[in-house]
Design a protein around this ligand. Structure first.
Ligand SMILES: C[S@@+](CC[C@H](N)C(=O)[O-])C[C@H]1O[C@@H](n2cnc3c(N)ncnc32)[C@H](O)[C@@H]1O
Length: 234
């Protein structure tokens, strides 16, 4: 069930109103923990500028500011409604002077080359059909030595856990998520887009082809979420 970029955008526009609640409820609040770990994985030189691509409602941007007090974050997303929901949140307002949200497309970032110490994208790259283009854009805007962290969903490697998780992910989550988001497709799309995403090695190779080195993966919650990391060589 592949979707074109305008369909993905329309979907996020329509589910923005309760996106944070859906995530938290359907992941049993694991999503906050995963974003916290992602922010903690960032290695920043004190004062730094970080790009959070596909920032959505700004949850990752907030976590980065919380863990890195001298950092400023530019959050980019192509859904105006997701950004609006983000700006209205109390926790966002607390860091409003350090988070700058802006409309933009990950395949053509409206940002200068070599300008960020680090870049993040959580649960966003899977939605971009032209992944190679998005990875090249990350590479372009990072400073030499800059760090890229990409978080995505996966199925646990352990066969028993994997099968149990599939029962939830393929059969329970789509109808429940569709009902919560008042759509008949958003969470069916989530499940199919996770299955369509390359496996761990395949995605690391894509990062390597975009120029990233020192590649690695951190598994969270038995591999339900994974953080891929890479460095733009100095
Ligand atoms: C699943 S949400 C993740 C939001 C946020 N990173 C989080 O952790 O909750 C995916 C986001 O990617 C955005 N997105 C998808 N394709 C995009 C693109 N080509 N350019 C910019 N944003 C995009 C969507 O609008 C949506 O807000």
């Amino acid at each position: 069930m592949a979707m074109k970029d305008y369909q993905v955008k329309r979907m996020f526009e329509s589910i923005a109103f309760s996106y944070d609640f859906q995530n938290s409820f359907l992941s049993l609040r694991r999503d906050s923990y995963w974003r916290r770990v992602m922010a903690q994985c960032l290695r920043l030189p004190g004062k730094a500028l970080v790009l959070d691509m596909a920032t959505g409602t700004g949850e990752v941007a907030v976590e980065i500011c919380r863990h890195h007090p001298k950092t400023e974050v530019i959050g980019v997303d192509f859904s105006p409604k997701m950004l609006t929901v983000g700006r209205r949140k109390g926790k966002f307002k607390k860091f409003a002077s350090r988070i700058h949200l802006s409309l933009g497309d990950g395949r053509r970032l409206p940002l200068k080359s070599n300008s960020f110490e680090a870049a993040t994208i959580a649960f966003g790259i899977r939605n971009i059909q032209e992944r190679d283009q998005a990875l090249k854009e990350f590479y372009r805007v990072l400073k030499p030595g800059g760090q890229l962290l990409i978080m995505e969903f996966d199925i646990p490697d352990d066969p028993l856990l994997g099968n149990l998780y599939r029962l939830y992910f393929d059969y329970l989550l789509p109808p429940l998520g569709n009902w919560l988001s008042r759509t008949n497709y958003a969470y069916s799309y989530l499940a199919s887009s996770v299955h369509d995403f390359p496996n761990e090695q395949g995605f690391l190779q894509e990062m390597g082809r975009a120029g990233f080195t020192s590649l690695g993966v951190k598994k969270l919650t038995y591999g339900v979420a994974k953080i891929f990391r890479g460095i733009k060589s100095a």
